[in-house]
Design a protein around this ligand. Structure first.
Ligand SMILES: *Cc1c(COP(=O)(O)O)cnc(C)c1O
Length: 402
């Protein structure tokens, strides 16, 4: 049986062969612990980690000491949000974030609320962008952190990061951004964008899973952070644990390739996205979710009128791997919090598809998918008169994984 075409590149990506090639020697020949300073095995690992740190720092215009390796963006978000909150406990206990953030930002914020912090969850406009006046109005004397993602994982919307950074610095508030979807896809510059903390991950940009980093600004201002993992004092005491050298080397190569190929690749991927959208919008009652142009090149998120969300996903499963805007929490289906924040009615939020086009997709694949999606929607509409209630079952339920 042929596998479906992979268009779920916001969930994760295939590791690029060039990335795998640089990783492999670090599992075998160069297996040393980068913290072992007494022998050549350790030195080899240490040299590779140092080089990787430099590559990643350079890619975002930071310095190498400002890169703290983590297990991914979830851990980086936790370290940034809980670490800043804990270190600034005496100064203030108010945090500002946005309703459309990833759960790896929202959940640490909710946890801090349970400890007595106050969190403002800013709404978004219909296009998914925040309103800067609203952000400014939400800043209080006791605000210690603003956390706004660079690129949204569901609707691909790119927030005005540089303007947010400028606003935060004007008010002396630290600015964190979750750039898990942005690294290697759009230019990121922690200096011009005035970013104080930035979460990164490798596996959305053709690198390995289980590795990421937190950028932590050391000058103007020097960010104070409380570690969340204690142990051997690795990573300047901010994140203990033996460095995962094969993953770190792969992460750096993925970032390097992403940067090197960014311009051409985003043009190619965006053209594929436009091609897909051009075919799908021929149908009546198909709506684009999120800003039409201020979004990741490979993202297309649509809501479809007059079909049942669950039936739609089932119909697509055989030929395309995508995810939908409904997440199954325990026993009941819930429309995505992101689409709800855009003001999409539950029916339209359920019946949504997220396409994530990536490096390895071809024009022929996009054409096959477009044809199949149009056919599926037409046939679902012809057999149903309106939407039926959604009956969750363990086999057909989908979970948003990204
Ligand atoms: C994937 C993703 C994460 C989680 O990253 P992991 O490295 O898988 O922990 C966090 N935020 C966003 C926006 C993401 O897309």
């Amino acid at each position: 049986m042929q596998r479906p075409i992979y268009l779920d590149n916001h969930s994760t990506t295939r590791v690029d062969d060039r990335v795998l090639a640089v990783m492999l020697p670090f599992f075998t020949d160069h297996f040393g612990n980068s913290a072992s300073v007494t022998h050549a095995y350790g030195w080899a690992a240490e040299a590779a980690v140092t080089q990787a740190r430099e590559t990643i720092a350079t890619a975002i215009h930071a310095s190498p000491e400002e890169i703290i390796f983590t297990s991914g963006a979830t851990e980086a978000n936790n370290l940034a949000i809980k670490g800043v909150a804990e270190a600034h406990f005496a100064q203030g206990r108010h945090i500002i974030t946005v309703q459309t953030e990833h759960n790896a930002v929202l959940d640490p914020c909710r946890y801090l609320e349970s400890l007595g912090f106050e969190v403002t969850y800013l709404p978004v406009q219909l296009d998914g962008l925040i309103n800067l006046q609203q952000l400014e109005a939400a800043i209080r004397p006791d605000t210690v952190l603003v956390s706004v993602m660079a690129a949204n994982n569901e609707i691909g919307v790119l927030q005005p990061i540089a303007a947010i950074g400028a606003l935060c610095h004007q008010h002396n508030v630290l600015f964190h951004t979750d750039a898990a979807q942005a690294i290697g896809k759009i230019p990121l510059n922690v200096q011009t964008m005035q970013i104080d903390l930035m979460s990164l991950t490798a596996h959305k940009v053709y690198g390995p899973k289980g590795i990421g980093a937190l950028y932590v600004r050391r000058r103007h201002p020097r960010v104070q952070l409380a570690p969340q993992l204690h142990g051997g004092g690795h990573e300047r005491g901010l994140r203990s644990g033996t460095l995962y050298s094969p993953q770190i080397v792969g992460f750096a190569e993925a970032v390097r390739l992403g940067l090197f190929e960014m311009e051409l690749e985003s043009q190619r991927i965006q053209a594929l996205r436009e091609r897909l959208w051009h075919s799908l919008r021929q149908l009546d009652g198909v709506h684009l979710n999120g800003h039409p142009t201020q979004r990741l090149p490979g993202n297309l998120n649509i809501s479809v009128e007059g079909v049942d969300g669950q039936a739609l996903l089932l119909g697509l499963q055989s030929f395309v791997a995508v995810s939908s805007g409904s997440a199954c929490t325990s026993a009941k289906m819930e429309p995505s919090h992101v689409l709800q924040a855009l003001g999409r009615a539950p029916d339209l939020a359920y019946a949504s598809i997220r396409f994530g086009i990536g490096r390895f997709n071809t024009e022929a694949e996009i054409d096959r998918v477009a044809e199949g999606v149009v056919e599926t929607i037409r046939s679902l509409r012809s057999i149903s008169c309106g939407t039926r209630p959604i009956v969750p079952s363990s086999r057909t339920s989908s979970r948003q994984c990204d």
